[in-house]
Design a protein around this ligand. Sequence first.
Ligand SMILES: [Zn+2]
Ligand SMILES: [Zn+2]
Length: 231
Amino acid sequence: MVNLLERTSRAALDLLFPARCALCRSAGSMLCNACTDMLPIADGARCQRCWTPVTRRSVCVYCRVDNEIAYTTIRAPFILEEGARTLVHALKYEGMSALGEPMGALMAASVGTSADLVVPVPLHRGRQRSRGYNQAAMLGRHLALAAGLAFDARAATRIRATKPLARTMHRDERHDIVAGAFAATSARVEGRSILLVDDVVTTGATLGACATALLHAGATSVRCVTFARAG
Ligand SMILES: [Zn+2]
Ligand SMILES: [Zn+2]
């Protein structure tokens, strides 16, 4: 209840006092240019498939042994540190859904090729109701707008609520928790290449499970893009 009140009053304040940078509070926009320039870029050597940092090889040890990964690639413009972590938290937990616009545009700028359809990783209905919106859908909608791509927030659904994945969990444990948690609608995805969107990727277990459902429903390929990579 307190959360709802907080969120409602924040939304009211946003209407009365328009855009301030979520990071430095300067007036003018939700995310100013100076703070955008300081976001921690995911550079350096990264697995060309799952975007995890690697030392030498171009594909990480997990992707080399796992033949069942459903997605083609994962890309994220930033690492989950400093300002990028603050933005993800504000979008997800502080009700600042308007951040979806600048964050989605930054993701669009990092996506090289096109896709037939942009699809967000869905939340379970209960969680979406308590949060009021799906942060992945906010990002996906604005990514699609910025990139001129079609967007469908209902192409995939979460058919089973899952407990939140913790960074400390083993890779296999994360995989088991989300396996079978998603379904996709053939009429919406069949024969189409999908760009699957989420806010953060850690091991890729959630994206993998959702990509599996999309391929089962007839999607031709699934590439993933998230705002930030944890690690
Ligand atoms: Zn700023
Ligand atoms: Zn990899």
